[in-house]
Design a protein around this ligand. Structure first.
Ligand SMILES: Cc1cc2nc3c(=O)[nH]c(=O)nc-3n(C[C@H](O)[C@H](O)[C@H](O)COP(=O)(O)OP(=O)(O)OC[C@H]3O[C@@H](n4cnc5c(N)ncnc54)[C@H](O)[C@@H]3O)c2cc1C
Length: 503
């Protein structure tokens, strides 16, 4: 347990405690303030806000949902320099929003949650942090779904003498100029940084286990005139946001009805013919699963980088390392100076599970060891009272995560309001409601492209269960998140019924 070097905080019981100051935590604080809640604390383990956009700084890092939609509904920006903003600009936007809504001074930076335990005798969360202990009636875990960089444990890796880093921990002090570089993985991050590093390295070996679908990215810079027009005519901005949302809705429809995507896959294959001249390379990068089964990627510069003279695509996974030689599954060997892991993240279990103990005193990650994480509407966990998770299991829709987080926060805030108004001191999702919800989610996922598209994606965990996706439309998710259904929760009131009736 952390030493309590902040005794005043332990004595005070806060209404709400927010963990994390990324997109979700910042929005939670803003929305709480807007609803007149001021008795909350927000902690952040790092020294600045931003989460994903503070941590991921690799060359070319940016969003793959247009910025008009990948921004808060309550803080649209006319300043984006392009249709899909890059990481520095997104981070600046989050800092500006946090400052503008006066959230930054409320954040306790450099403060990490170590343990969160439910005290059933007092109906309180006891939160041990690196800066002392806090007590709170409710807690919002806004700690992020995509944070655990994944590096495979491969034979011989310990003996590698060169430089090695993951895309999420880019070593900017290391100069790649003239180096022989192995990039492992061809996911969302790799397709952004491969074109950036290809021109400067001597040789580039791209290890591809599964060829992703890569579609053209409709990206453009926005000049001063465009920015001015967007600033002066907010209707343009709203219309633009709506248009992007509608086009993503069409993609979502296809993901739920894979038959619809077959002609799109065929058109995308034709496009590949135009983009890649070398038939062998084209065959190697042609996906063998239905479009949408794995995350669809968008880039205009990835295929050209693969066709550059200094690039070799190895259509196999990396299986071993021998001194400075990287060895592919087909036995191909190359000596390299650097390994860059574009191997993505372990997303199957929300990392916060390691720090949270439920009402029985069980560590949540222990309960998830042999099973898949489950929550009600991605936010309420079994037997974990007065707690909310943002961007938890089975809420993923092909859309902006910001929109999903905002929708969940509206649900959470509606819950906090009802709990306060009704004098509820403890609420916990009913086990049968949770079970019925998740049975239905899993049943409907079976026919979606995620489960039936013939790929092995990060949506499916080691149990083969889809822990990530929401099987219906975004509109349905938003409708379900519009109101907090008190009747779906087991509740305990602060006062006995007789006293409540009298007061
Ligand atoms: C490279 C990359 C690109 C992406 N691009 C897109 C995109 O284009 N569109 C899209 O919709 N989504 C995208 N995503 C998903 C992205 O993660 C979400 O959009 C969003 O940033 C999640 O925000 P968050 O606040 O929920 O989590 P995070 O951004 O992960 O923030 C969580 C915060 O909690 C803090 N924290 C965690 N644990 C503790 C603790 N124990 N104590 C205190 N603080 C803690 C962290 O330090 C962090 O600041 C991308 C993700 C990555 C990795």
């Amino acid at each position: 347990m952390a030493e309590n070097n902040n005794p005043a905080s332990a004595a005070t019981v806060h209404d709400t405690f927010i963990v994390g100051a990324g997109i979700s935590g910042i929005a939670a604080a803003i929305k709480l303030k807007q609803e007149g809640y001021h008795d909350f604390l927000i902690i952040e383990q790092s020294d600045r806000v931003g989460g994903t956009w503070r941590e991921n700084t690799y060359p070319g890092c940016g969003c793959d949902v247009p910025s008009s939609l990948y921004s808060y509904s309550f803080a649209l920006s006319s300043k984006w320099s392009r249709l899909f903003a890059k990481q520095p600009e997104i981070l600046r936007y989050l800092e500006d929003v946090s400052d503008h809504f006066q959230i930054t001074p409320l954040i306790e930076f450099n403060t990490a949650l170590e343990n969160a335990r439910w005290d059933d005798s007092r109906h309180l969360w006891v939160l041990d942090t690196t800066r002392g202990q806090y007590l709170a009636k409710t807690v919002i875990f806004a700690t992020g779904p995509i944070t655990e960089a994944q590096i495979p444990a491969l034979p011989g890796l310990d003996g590698f003498q060169g430089e090695m880093f993951h895309s999420a921990k880019w070593n900017h002090d290391y100069d790649l100029t003239g180096k022989r570089v192995a990039v492992i993985g061809t996911g969302a991050s790799a397709i952004q940084f491969v074109p950036e590093i290809q021109p400067k390295v001597k040789e580039l070996f791209v290890f591809q286990r599964t060829a992703p679908w890569v579609l053209p990215k409709p990206d453009l810079p926005l000049g001063n005139m465009s920015k001015l027009a967007i600033e002066k005519l907010p209707a343009i901005q709203r219309g633009w946001r709506k248009a992007v949302a509608s086009s993503l809705n069409v993609i979502n429809f296809g993901l739920r009805n894979p038959g619809v995507l077959k002609p799109v896959s065929a058109a995308a294959r034709q496009l590949l013919k135009l983009q890649i001249r070398d038939a062998r390379l084209r065959k190697a990068v042609t996906p063998d699963f239905t479009l949408g089964c794995k995350r669809i990627l968008f880039a205009n510069n990835y295929y050209p980088a693969l066709q550059a003279d200094n690039t070799t695509l190895i259509p196999h996974g990396l299986v071993a390392v021998e001194n400075n030689t990287v060895i592919a599954a087909n036995g191909e060997r190359h000596e390299v100076d650097v390994i860059i892991w574009g191997t993505g993240f372990d997303v199957s279990h929300p990392p916060i599970g390691k720090k949270v103990f439920n009402a029985n005193g069980d560590r949540i990650s222990d309960l998830w060891k042999n099973s898949s994480p489950e929550a009600f509407l991605g936010t309420s966990l079994a037997n974990t009272p007065n707690a909310f998770l943002v961007l938890g299991p089975n809420v993923l829709v092909y859309d902006s995560f910001i929109g999903l987080a905002e929708a969940q926060l509206d649900y959470i805030i509606d819950g906090l309001k009802k709990v306060r108004a009704q004098g509820i001191s403890k609420f916990s999702i009913k086990p049968d409601v949770l079970k019925q919800h998740n049975d239905k989610v899993q049943k409907h996922l079976q026919t979606t492209v995620f489960n039936s598209g013939g790929c092995k994606s990060y949506y499916l965990d080691a149990n083969g269960r889809n822990f990530a996706a929401w099987p219906w439309s975004l509109a349905t998710l938003k409708k379900r998140l519009k109101t907090f259904p008190v009747e779906a929760y087991d509740v305990v009131y602060a006062q006995p019924e007789t006293l409540r009736a009298a007061s």
